[in-house]
Design a protein around this ligand. Sequence first.
Ligand SMILES: Cc1cc2nc3c(=O)[nH]c(=O)nc-3n(C[C@H](O)[C@H](O)[C@H](O)COP(=O)(O)OP(=O)(O)OC[C@H]3O[C@@H](n4cnc5c(N)ncnc54)[C@H](O)[C@@H]3O)c2cc1C
Length: 401
Amino acid sequence: MGRLAQTEGLTDIQREIVSTVRDFVDKEIIPVATDLEHRDEYPTQIVEGLKELGIFGLMIPEEYGGLGESLLTYALCVEEIARGWMSVSGIINTHFIVAYMLKQHGTDEQKEYFLPRMAAGEVRGAFSMSEPGLGSDVSAITTKGVRDGDEYVLTGQKMWLTNGGTSSLVAVLCRTDEGHPDGTAPHRSMTTFLVEKEPGFGEVKPGLTIPGKIDKMGYKGVDTTELILDGLRVPANRVLGGATGRGFYQMMDGVEVGRVNVAARGCGVAQRAFELGVSYAQQRHTFGKPIAQHQAIQFKLAEMATKVEAAHALMVGAARKKDSGQRNDLEAGMAKYLASEYCKEVVEDAFRIHGGYGFSKEYEIERLYREAPMLLIGEGTAEIQKMIVGRRLLEEYKIQG
Ligand SMILES: Cc1cc2nc3c(=O)[nH]c(=O)nc-3n(C[C@H](O)[C@H](O)[C@H](O)COP(=O)(O)OP(=O)(O)OC[C@H]3O[C@@H](n4cnc5c(N)ncnc54)[C@H](O)[C@@H]3O)c2cc1C
């Protein structure tokens, strides 16, 4: 293990958990990741291993059968997993966001019903805000939930559900006509519904269809799907938190912790790219010496390592801020922005160090090159992060008078 991306001040338990995950990644994920990714094959065996390690319940409170760990522990595990294969961290990410939203906003009955099975990995979560016509502009959601007796009837089309096919619980953000005390404010008329379903594709229950996997340039193995709601009936007690009109805030809360998570993924992918680059640079010779001995390549390695360190430090700071009970939207936005941009740059440099071989599917860097761009988009694009950070800065630095 190299000296990059170390984290000071961890407890013995945190160190043990992270080191166990790192061993698992080295033995069970890295050796098979590229083959599975090229075949776009779901990593069933890896997921079973992660279940045994308790990763699906890492942040779920102990009273519900989880490990009750902090966001920092979780983020460090995600960093390790993404270092092995980013798609595997994607399988955990949406599950983690839904479990977090349940823990923070669910009714007692909803927590007792879902969280123990989520901690065991038996119920796996996905979340759905995006639609074909919108992603960044969540307030423009058109999917509707209309009350009918003790049920809601959901109608609309959703897009880009990570784990849409393999999950059995989807948190779906819809527009409802009730529950917006301020009348027209769009974000006050949104509600999160907890939709249970069987994993699979096609019409998985009356009124709910998962058409199939979207064919993606990278981030393969994990399924990303559409979701079509055509009069799906959901019991009223499956409104997250028991009251309508709070969905926007619940989802934004979930996405905020998700941003630390995406930052951690960026850190993990960048670390792997650095490892691949620094190793190749010492093996490949040009003009009579290893390319690592050419100053231009050494400078690249220095820049890459500096970016790995900076992204890790910002990500750890954002996680610790949340764990201390403070608002962390500024730090999470900065960490997500920086880690995803640096990840793309470090991967690009490692790719260049590989010369022509970086273009060959035989080399792992080819996979990373197709994976890194996803981090620029998911959980809010760079532009959206900068909007969040900019607004918060103007609040903090507001001039008087
Ligand atoms: C592989 C993958 C998995 C995903 N998984 C999920 C998931 O599980 N659940 C889910 O709900 N969504 C998911 N998404 C959707 C993702 O969150 C959206 O793609 C993302 O939020 C961007 O939305 P968009 O694609 O509609 O782009 P748009 O919102 O249309 O933006 C297009 C461009 O315009 C820029 N832009 C938009 N508004 C502004 C503005 N005000 N100022 C400046 N620039 C702006 C954007 O930054 C971007 O560059 C996933 C996407 C991908 C690719």
